[in-house]
Ligand binder design. Structure first.
Ligand code: TEU
Ligand code: CA
Length: 560
């Protein structure tokens, strides 16, 4: 397997609005991040993925960009950004920027021009279509509810927006759009950024006829995914982007966020010979607890979880590269969703972290994960800020007449604001995030769960993350080693081997709060063993042929 810095790296995701407020206005900002750089250095991460910090009216917290070459006023200035980059590089940390180019803000200059008249030179930068029989051009649904089309009086046509109406989709079939985007990317690379995380990048090529989506009986709008996810020209566009914008002779890192991609499709994006991207964020695991739409929660089995992980691990092995994540700014907190955020919060957070850092792929840590931050339950919908959550409540409760408690239950489990409450730095006012009034409430558990407490407790999740990160850096078997699952059908334990040359590592993870029996398969023989890491005090001499794993216990062994 070929070597690359982005395979060896551990990435830390910063959601700028919620990380650290430097000036007391209640909103996280660049100076705030700068003030916490030593924290990141001490954690040991190699790369920061910074959520969008470009100028934006914030309809979707910066994922609606009105100027790609300017900094959002609330976050600071371009000078602040230069200082941030310098501060990161001084500490040996690379910076990956969010690249949001499936859509712009409706306040972007291109769109202001585009909506002006049908013959404006920017008209074709977006998708404009006349209505059909007095309704939208097709029945596609927006990811944030309602139609994906917005009527615009000025020219009596509709424009396409797969996300909010303030996020019109760019028309990538127009070569001018592509050239403008590549020029912008090169501009940032020249400023010294080390790569891009590309927002819904597999949505940029749409089936040209924009066909009607198959809908259930009585369903007005339907997700037209098959007409824009991995669309007809997607690989052509990404290869062109790679060639024209990404290969300036410097090694950078690229991650494509890709809902609706199978491992087979992923290989077309990340296959080592394909010259497109380094890795993708897959969504198959994120869909494990939903039926139909994400709000409709269903219980999942560990065997299903293992089947998904195993499929991605083995399909990409030797051919491409995985990203490894269990949460981000769009997903609930991993310890609440896949672990136990009550009695076994610490144990289960460490167990999940063990998995993330011992599978094959690049681990992504989302801010606060390293101290075991949990989901939040605000009692009132008024306390929520996310456009997706607010639209859901409006559509289902206010306009749809559904039971508010049921909808709140879905929001508690899946709402994106779970991950967007402020980073918990200490047990003082507003968790040390701001001395003003935070833009979104702090999780009330900040008095127990915070960085200060974590630094004082030698057994904290934070110190365990530091250990894992160091371990991965020191032992290339964790990066480049082959992966093979064992105990495939075990319903409580996920276990696998990593091997590189003569090195053999064994990972065992109990995903439940009841004890579980691990029995080593007969064919694995060994003459010696070393307990490398675990989340409980354990007898290093214990016989690993048969072990009772405690609640959420994780162990990593080296076999001789
Ligand atoms: O997300 C795209 C995406 O498809 C999801 O993760 C989405 O947030 C989820 O399905 C909603 O339930 C990206 C960004 O990560 C997200 O924050 C943006 O809102 C979205 O694109 C639009 O830019
Ligand atoms: Ca601020």
């Amino acid at each position: 397997m070929s070597k690359a810095f982005w395979k060896e790296a551990v990435v830390y995701q910063i959601y700028p609005r919620s990380f650290m407020d430097g000036n007391g206005d209640g909103i996280g900002d660049l100076q705030g991040i700068i003030s916490r750089l030593d924290y990141l250095r001490d954690l040991g991460i190699d790369v920061v993925w910074l959520g969008p910090v470009y100028r934006s009216p914030n309809a979707d917290n910066g994922y609606d960009i009105s100027d790609y070459r300017a900094i959002m006023a609330e976050f600071g200035t371009m000078d602040d950004w230069d200082l941030l980059l310098e501060g990161l590089h001084e500490r040996g940390i690379r910076l990956v920027m969010d690249l949001v180019v499936n859509h712009t803000s409706d306040e972007h200059e291109w769109f202001s021009q585009s909506r002006r008249s049908k013959d404006n030179p920017y008209r074709d930068y977006y998708y404009w279509r006349p209505g059909k029989d007095g309704a939208e051009p097709n029945n596609w649904a927006s990811a944030f509810g309602g139609s994906a089309w917005q009527y615009d009086e000025q020219t009596d046509e509709y424009y396409l927006h797969l996300f909010s109406a303030k996020q019109p989709d760019l028309n990538w079939d127009n070569p001018k759009v592509r050239q403008d985007i590549y020029a912008m990317m090169k501009w940032w690379l020249d400023k010294g950024v080390d790569g891009f995380r590309m927002d819904v990048i597999n949505f940029i090529s749409k089936a040209p006829e924009l066909p009607q989506a198959p809908a259930a009986e009585g369903q007005r709008y339907a997700w037209g995914g098959q007409y824009f996810m991995n669309g007809p020209r997607i690989h052509e566009f990404l290869r062109e982007m790679n060639e024209q914008a990404l290969t300036p002779g410097r090694s950078i890192m690229t991650i494509g966020e890709m809902p609706g991609v199978s491992p087979e499709e992923a290989l077309l994006y990340v296959g080592e010979e394909r010259k497109e991207l380094n890795m993708v964020f897959q969504f198959e695991l994120m869909d494990i607890d939903a039926e139909g739409d994400k709000w409709n929660i269903r219980p999942w089995k560990l065997t299903e979880f293992k089947r998904i992980m195993d499929k991605w691990q083995t399909s990409l092995q030797g051919k491409g590269w995985n990203s490894l994540y269990l949460n981000n700014h769009d997903q609930p907190r991993m310890v609440s969703r896949f672990g136990n955020d009550g009695r076994y919060r610490v144990e289960s957070a460490k167990m999940l972290a063990t998995m993330l850092h011992t599978l094959q792929g690049t681990p992504f840590i989302y801010q606060g994960e390293e101290i075991g931050m949990t989901n939040v339950k605000f009692s009132s919908i008024e306390d929520y800020r996310d456009v997706e959550t607010m639209n859901l409540y409006r559509d289902r409760v206010i306009e749809g007449g559904q039971d508010a408690d049921g909808v709140m239950k879905s929001i508690y489990a899946k709402g994106r604001d779970n991950a967007r409450t402020p980073m918990q730095w200490d047990d003082g006012g507003n968790a040390g995030f701001t001395c003003g009034k935070p833009w979104i409430g702090v999780n009330p558990n900040y008095r127990e769960i915070n960085v200060k407490q974590s630094l004082e407790d030698p057994l904290s999740i934070l110190y365990y993350y530091r250990k894992l990160i160091r371990l991965r850096r020191e032992h290339s078997v964790l990066v480049y080693g082959d992966y093979r699952m064992i105990l495939d059908d075990h319903e409580q334990i996920y276990a696998y081997m990593r091997t590189l040359g003569a090195l053999r590592w064994l990972v065992m993870l109990n995903f439940f709060e009841s004890e579980a029996e691990f029995v080593l398969p007969e064919e694995i023989d060994y003459s010696g063993k070393r307990l490398v890491l675990g989340n409980y005090p354990a007898d290093p001499g214990a016989d690993i042929r048969r072990i009772r794993l405690r609640p959420y216990e994780a162990r990593v062994y080296e076999l001789e």
